[in-house]
Write a protein that binds this ligand. Structure first.
Ligand SMILES: C[S@@+](CC[C@H](N)C(=O)[O-])C[C@H]1O[C@@H](n2cnc3c(N)ncnc32)[C@H](O)[C@@H]1O
Length: 262
């Protein structure tokens, strides 16, 4: 059996249309229900920019509105550059601190397009906030109905460190996108040590997080050389924004590409 390799570096930084549509529906519903507004989007952006603590129970959708597409694109880039195709079937991916799942969906999209047709995927997201996991499950619905039993999505309400310590399951890829920045230094070191243990045991671990000042986003394979890329990348697909109609746009978005209500 040959294993198709992933495409080498590509500039394709778009979310699949089903995901854009799914995100659009979830965010429109949140806006109608009062969970997403310009006020919340502005407040969340200010907190993130000052490296403060976002209340993900209240602001899961506002965070997704601002950062889902960007974090999807970053994870897609990191996986395309760093993931070495695995021989195991199904391919099992774990996303720690998954939020609404941009890195998990990026892994699904990237690995499916680089794999033999018919390869099964098991995607698992771990987060401490129920609202984030509910959002992830909502977004995943079209993926599941399209691929049926070939894609399995599991959401786990747990602390990431506890999960790694208590779960024996093995994974081909663990992605950790903007979780370390959330943790207190001591806990961050514990998680890093747990991830390094998994990496030594053969799991590929990709970490995406804030870079040092001026280096943009940092991503690395554990035990590899950290690499950095400047953000925003070119060609980011943010079509879902058009239907939401908020005045506050994600920072990476070019304002003139969208109709912004006056
Ligand atoms: C900055 S968000 C990143 C979300 C997503 N990974 C992304 O790239 O957009 C951080 C996420 O980590 C979760 N989180 C914070 N502390 C956690 C912990 N100890 N264990 C698991 N998840 C945690 C938060 O609830 C939030 O969803």
């Amino acid at each position: 059996m040959t294993v198709a390799s992933l495409p080498t570096h590509s500039r394709r930084l778009s979310m699949p249309s089903w995901l854009s549509a799914s995100l659009s529906t979830a965010l429109e519903n949140a806006r109608r229900g009062g969970r997403l507004s310009d006020e919340r989007a502005r407040a969340v952006r200010a907190i993130v920019e000052s490296v403060g603590h976002v209340d993900y129970v209240r602001d899961a959708e506002a965070f997704a509105y601002l950062y889902f597409a960007a974090n999807f694109a970053k994870a897609q880039q990191a996986i395309l550059r760093l993931y070495r195709p695995s021989l195991s079937r199904p391919i099992r991916v774990l996303d720690l601190g998954c939020g609404a799942g941009p890195a998990l969906f990026a892994a699904s999209d990237t690995l499916r397009s680089g794999s033999e047709p018919g390869t099964n995927l098991h995607l698992a997201g771990v987060d401490v906030v129920t609202q984030q996991l509910e959002l992830l499950n909502n977004l995943a619905a079209p993926l599941l109905s399209e691929h049926g039993h070939k894609v399995r999505v599991e959401t786990i309400l747990s602390d990431a460190v506890t999960f790694l310590e208590q779960t024996k399951g093995s994974w081909d890829l663990i992605v950790v996108s903007y979780l370390l920045v959330e943790l207190a230094p001591r806990k961050r070191r514990v998680l890093q040590a747990a991830l390094e243990a998994r990496a030594r045991a053969g799991t590929q671990v990709i970490v995406i997080d804030r870079g040092e000042a001026g280096t943009g986003t940092r991503y690395s394979r554990l035990q590899g050389t950290p690499q950095a890329f400047q953000y925003p990348p070119e060609g980011l697909d943010v079509h879902f924004l058009e239907s939401i109609g908020l005045r506050t746009l994600p920072k990476s978005t070019k304002r003139d590409r969208f109709h912004v209500p006056a």
